[in-house]
Design a protein around this ligand. Structure first.
Ligand code: PLZ
Length: 449
């Protein structure tokens, strides 16, 4: 085991410790203020108010220590308040906080782009641009693809998730809660079938790609398509890795038809899946790749990286934004990337898979409600069904997750049908906490059986 606890834990005791009910009185008091002050549209999964975090632990306002299996939705991959991130951020915030890169630039932005160009798949000439959020990165990737091709149509997939802004809501598949009541959505977005191995009825990746391609050819016309946009391992859709051969067939089709292939690695990127980028599991080289979340250890930063001829097709001033590539966020990213390189972060994610996957398979053998066990690296999930059927069981999924929360383990659910329990531990989690967290998950399945 190569879990790098010493280097990423700051001084938070690495133990699960509950001193009140979850949530406790201090959290509940703050949550009452939240309800009075914050829009009801901003939901909260588990109202424990965090005061400190690091390694594999979140400490709350009541002094409870919870095990973190969420990483703030795949963001704190290098650990919360990772010392390398903190050091970079502190030095930068004392030097200067903002100039606007488009006005008077600074080195950190350039260095993050150099790192993105070096680390993303493919050894072709690349350029990058930086933004504030994943949704903004996706929007800008679509802008680049449309401008470079002179075409309008964007192809997206069933179960896809790409954000909450107007364009990205349209690109996202699931209605509730993301789209309901928020339309009209942007035009020229076309959704085609994907590969979802658990529900593919035995069809192969290439067969499913052929079906998607037929839809594109018949309903849109390949020559009208600017971009094919896909998550190589779907996150909000349910941690779905398409069947082998699906992604390469789509890349080949895109190449043959002058279509820009965009890999949305906002959730799956930056060592989460046991490779630097999930595209590498299928050996595909995207034309453009979107990144965010894990890139900066919790600082808000996102990127678009891709072929120089596409990224440089844009006129000066065509891409940007006041805060995009903020110097403090860039310093955080440089710290996070250094930690990932120094500690062989993909190997840590693979070690986590080696610990957790056998435990999930054993759980599946004991609980027929677990229809599928899947994922890669430190991006793992179980899909819950009514035993003996393929029918999604969202209620049991919520019950299992709620049991984990009450026991001090922060689990997340996901999926179009809300029936997937997903696990996204920080790579800084010590082995004993990882084991203990999955003891609790097992208890939760027993208690809700
Ligand atoms: N693309 C693949 O996973 C963000 C969303 C949580 P932003 N996923 C978590 C929620 O309920 O809002 C995501 C993603 C993929 C794009 C995005 C969007 O990234 O940084 O949330 O805008």
């Amino acid at each position: 085991m190569t879990l790098m606890t010493e280097r990423a834990v700051n001084d938070i005791v690495q133990e699960r410790r509950l001193v009140t009910a979850i949530p406790g009185p201090a959290s509940l008091a703050m949550h009452a203020r939240k309800t009075a002050a914050v829009s009801a549209g901003v939901g909260v999964m588990l109202p424990v108010y965090v005061t400190r975090a690091g390694g594999g632990i979140l400490v709350d306002a009541d002094g409870n220590s919870l095990i973190d299996l969420g990483s703030g939705i795949a963001v704190t991959t290098v650990g919360n308040a990772n010392p390398d991130v903190v050091a970079g951020v502190q030095a930068q915030v004392e030097a200067f906080t903002h100039t606007c890169f488009m006005v008077t630039p600074y080195a950190g932005y350039v260095e993050v782009c150099e790192a993105l160009n070096r680390l993303t798949p493919g050894d072709h000439e690349k350029r990058s641009a930086l933004f504030n959020s994943g949704a903004e990165a996706v929007e800008n990737a679509v802008k680049v693809a449309r401008l470079a091709t002179g075409r309008a149509a964007v192809v997206v997939f069933e179960h896809g998730y790409h954000g909450r802004t107007n364009l990205t809501m349209g690109l996202t598949a699931k209605n509730m809660p993301y789209k309901q009541g928020f339309g009209p959505f942007a035009p020229e977005i076309y959704r085609v079938p994907t590969s979802y191995p658990f529900r593919d009825r035995g069809l192969s990746g290439p067969e499913l790609a052929a079906m998607a391609i037929t839809r594109i050819e018949k309903e849109i016309g390949a020559g009208n398509v600017a971009a094919i946009l896909i998550e190589p391992l779907q996150g909000e859709g349910g941690f779905i890795a398409p069947a082998p051969g699906f992604l390469p067939a789509l890349v080949d089709f895109a190449r043959a038809n002058g279509i820009v292939f965009i890999s949305d690695e906002i959730q799956s990127g930056f060592c989460r899946t046991g490779q630097w980028f999930a595209s590498e599991h299928e050996g595909i080289v995207p034309d453009l790749i979107t990144t965010a979340k894990g890139i900066a250890g919790g600082m808000p930063l996102a990127g678009v990286t891709g072929r120089a001829e596409l990224m440089d097709a844009v006129h000066a001033g065509g891409l940007g934004g006041t805060y995009g590539g903020n110097p403090v966020a860039c310093a955080g990213a440089l710290g996070a990337i250094r930690w990932m390189e120094d500690n062989d972060a993909p190997a840590i994610a693979r070690d986590i898979q080696a610990t957790v996957m056998p435990r999930l398979r054993a759980l599946q053998a004991a609980h027929p409600a677990i229809g599928d066990v899947r994922g890669r690296g430190a991006m793992l999930a179980v899909e819950l069904v009514v035993p003996g059927t393929m029918e999604p069981d969202a209620a049991r999924t919520s019950a299992v997750s709620a049991h984990c929360h009450a026991a001090g383990v922060v689990t997340l659910t996901t999926g179009t049908y809300g029936n997937v329990l997903r696990f996204l531990p920080p790579l800084s989690i010590p082995q004993h906490l990882l084991e203990e967290a999955f003891d609790v998950v097992a208890e939760a399945f027993d208690a809700t059986a």
